[in-house]
Design a protein around this ligand. Sequence first.
Ligand code: SF4
Length: 353
Amino acid sequence: MKKFVVSEKCIACGNCLLETKLLQEDAEGKAVPANGGYFSDDFLAKAEEIVAACHVQALSIAEGAGADLSKLPEKLQNALAKITVPKVSREDVKMHAQDYRMTCSYPQGEYRYDYSSESRAMSAAENEFDRICYSQYKKLILEVFVQYKEDKLRKFYTFDESGFWGQINKQYTDVLQEFAGAATAGGIKLPADFKEFAVFPGGSANEKDSVLVYMLNVRLKEFEDRGCEDVMRELRDIPHTSRSDYRIDMDYDDMEVYAGTSFFGNDKYEDKYCYKDVYKACEDFMGDLKNAINYVDYDSQVFDSIDTALKDYKERVQKEIAKKVALLSKAVANSKAALLNSGVGDSKAALLK
Ligand code: SF4
């Protein structure tokens, strides 16, 4: 029994992939062994041709003889047991609102010398601040939560290979594929779905049926229903956060402006005022709002949902591993090849340790 080995020299030219299905393309277009790349001696001449045709000498054939196929189930058990399900801590899903942006419109009407007094200019500044920012608190809070959800939670309710569960499943699938390749090359027949490993919390990869998605959606709905009010309650506990307190960031300016001619034909001038620095107040308010978001204990509820899902996932993984090992044991027991101890290579035995 032999197998293809591909080194890092592969330049992804694709030539060898046209010659055999024992090599396949990875995400970068490079060749990788399919199902371990194992083949029997009657394919050796063709395999040597394929190896010789690789212009950068990235391909080789590993030799071996004499391992016992009946040990495959035990080795499979050990290989699958080595894969660890990553821990998820409270910190992993903690809300750090400062990491996310809040956007408000840019203030209008600054530097217009339209006001007859400093206090009128400052009132207008406060109104503008309220219009573009202070009254928009719901929009600003939800903007942060959308980013938080995308950044910290999306992977938990994404069920393809890019998601949290899919990435772990992929590790199990890779091991199963390798063992399936070794078993098949040794003459052991396995069911077609032996290589599949699709375990998800709640038992379903369908977003609509997923218990985890349901739980996270409940949390997000709760937040949308009352979360903004919770944040505003926290904000009120932070000193100097009423609307007028932000006047401290804003400023005014004054100048003499032409006001027509007097009864005696002389030019008339009067003092006029404008407002400025409204955006400074907006930035200050958005900083306070982010602090208030951090104070709401929302993320620990999210963590509890994910932790429950993780426990469920681990139990299902153990059951699936037991199922796969039992399948392989049964297939080995049914195989004449296993009884005859008929030759999985040492290289494969090493690979499957
Ligand atoms: S022929 Fe060689 S370089 Fe080209 S894809 Fe195959 S291994 Fe890589």
